[in-house]
Design a protein around this ligand. Structure first.
Ligand code: 2DT
Length: 211
């Protein structure tokens, strides 16, 4: 059950450029943890199911125009509106595998030229991930994989800028995984890192806010 006293779940975030394999690795990791009997849910940002998420979705599909600051704050609000549910899930023992989080927010908006500190400010006070798994791929290799959809940010030039901004955001809590390794190798490495993190959280690692 998810009601284990005191045992909390882990907040595990996957980040990376479009076509880095993030989304399929998230779902593989989710299935794996389910098989292991670990209480776990798969989340993603933007969460397009909320009203705010629908505004974001229409912007990404080029069906509406918003200025850069406005959409940045909507992405952030979309995380804030899920914050309390996220906290209660974690505290009741459920691990969350999250496809994109604040780092996407800061990397994509600062890649448009917005000040990076301004971009970080609304993220302060959201829950800090216990682990950030960055699927590392060059923008050129990602583009070669093909299959960019038609959404607003899916262009090589822009992905190059996003990649540079992600580099600036890296810190010692990030694990960088070479996304060009065979899929099974990437999967294995991600599993090991996630299981270690889940163990640390069960053993009392505390939940903290993003600074
Ligand atoms: P998906 O293709 O993964 O649905 O992402 N983005 C995402 C931002 O610009 N800011 C954010 O805060 C987040 C979470 C990245 C849709 C696009 O939205 C971008 C790609």
């Amino acid at each position: 059950s998810n009601e284990n006293n005191n045992v909390r779940g882990a907040l595990i975030v996957l980040e990376g450029l479009d076509r880095s394999g993030k989304t399929s690795q998230c779902s593989r990791m989710h299935s794996y943890l389910v098989e292991q009997g670990i209480p776990v849910e798969l989340w993603r940002f933007p969460d397009r199911n909320t009203c705010v998420g629908q505004m974001i979705s229409s912007y990404l599909a080029n069906k509406s125009q918003l200025d850069d600051q406005t959409v940045h704050l909507l992405f952030s609000a979309n995380r804030w509106e899920k914050r309390s549910l996220m906290e209660s899930k974690l505290k009741s023992g459920t691990t969350l595998i999250v496809d994109r989080y604040s780092y996407s927010g800061v990397a994509f908006s600062s890649a448009k030229g917005l000040d990076i500190e301004w971009c970080k400010a609304p993220e302060k006070g959201l829950l800090a991930p216990d682990l950030v798994l960055y699927l590392d791929i060059s923008p050129e290799e990602a583009a070669e994989r093909g299959g960019y959809g038609g959404e607003r940010y899916e262009r090589l030039e822009f992905q190059r800028k996003v990649s540079q901004q992600y580099r600036i955001l890296r810190d010692e809590t990030w694990k960088i995984i070479d996304a060009c390794l065979p899929l099974e190798d990437v999967e294995k490495r991600l599993r090991e890192l996630a299981l270690d993190c889940i163990t640390d959280c069960r053993n009392g690692k505390s939940l903290s806010p993003l600074l």
